[in-house]
Design a protein around this ligand. Structure first.
Ligand code: OOG
Ligand code: MG
Length: 264
């Protein structure tokens, strides 16, 4: 797919996204102004955003796959998965308090995260290679935060907004992927002691490692590889649940334990 944006547009849109992300305000979808924007344009803006954050001293620690489950695709009205980058500034310790004052409209989702021990490179990366390169898997809660008003977006816009990436919390019990069946892990998401969503890991492209393979192949299209030691989230298993100050969220996973986060 080809670019329709020129370099000036890419920088302009990147600055708009960076402003919305760092000062926490909502903006209209980018496609309102650039209706011809493609997925490739979205990734060009995302790459510029990554370049700027890294230049400011943020560290790239991994990537995330998004929109990999039917529930998420239906919720967001899109039909193709996406990827985004993760930095050290987004990471929060297990059971920490995440402030909402610097977020626009936070939502939580339960995900299986992978930590790699060998480099992965596309194209044609497949699930088996991902599993062989995986050091361990662990449960995670991703706090997404779309900067688009009312979470109304299309794929080029959300990719430019780095897949709504905002915060994430890993926790629970790290497991070797060979010791568990990654397709059948059940997960329950609780908010303030009540179950608000549930699902099974097969919701993520049939197998979460499939989402990592897809991510590696999308990286290859951008001339990038996934280095050993990367932290990679495979995508929300359930739909995302809105949170507000005072909320207490726990994701309970079969085999992987639970991970929790609070909001202020
Ligand atoms: C896009 C982010 C999607 C996931 O796990 O599906 C995502 C969004 O829904 O705002 O992180
Ligand atoms: Mg996610």
């Amino acid at each position: 797919m080809s670019l329709t944006l020129n370099r000036e547009d890419i920088v302009r849109l990147c600055e708009r996204i960076e402003g919305a992300q760092t000062r926490a305000y909502a903006i209209p979808r980018l496609t309102d102004e650039y209706p011809a924007m493609t997925i490739a344009d979205g990734y060009a803006v995302q790459a510029e955003l990554r370049r700027r954050y890294l230049a400011q001293g943020h560290k790239l620690i991994g990537w995330k796959a998004g929109l990999t489950s039917k529930a998420k695709m239906l919720q967001m009205g899109v039909s193709v998965p996406s990827i985004g980058f993760l930095t050290d500034r987004m990471a929060r310790p297990e059971n920490s308090v995440v402030g909402t004052a610097d977020l626009v409209q936070p939502r939580v989702e339960a995900e299986v995260a992978f930590v790699t021990k060998a480099m992965l490179k596309g194209p044609k990366c497949a699930r088996e290679q991902v599993l062989a390169a995986t050091d361990y898997v662990l449960p995670a809660i991703e706090v997404i935060d779309s900067r688009f008003s009312g979470f109304k977006f299309d794929l080029p816009s959300v990719i430019a907004d780095n897949g709504s990436s905002a915060r994430f919390v890993g926790g629970g019990r790290a497991r070797c992927p060979a010791d568990i069946d990654l397709r059948t892990l059940g997960v329950v998401l609780e908010k303030n002691g009540e179950m608000v969503a549930m699902g099974a890991s097969a919701a993520v492209l049939g197998h979460p490692a499939e989402a990592i393979a897809m991510l590696v192949n999308i990286l290859a299209e951008q001339g990038e590889e996934l280095p050993a030691g990367s932290f990679v989230m495979s995508g929300g298993i359930t739909e995302a649940i809105a949170v507000k100050p005072g909320d207490n969220v726990i994701a309970r996973f079969q085999e992987l334990g639970s991970v929790s986060v609070r909001f202020s």
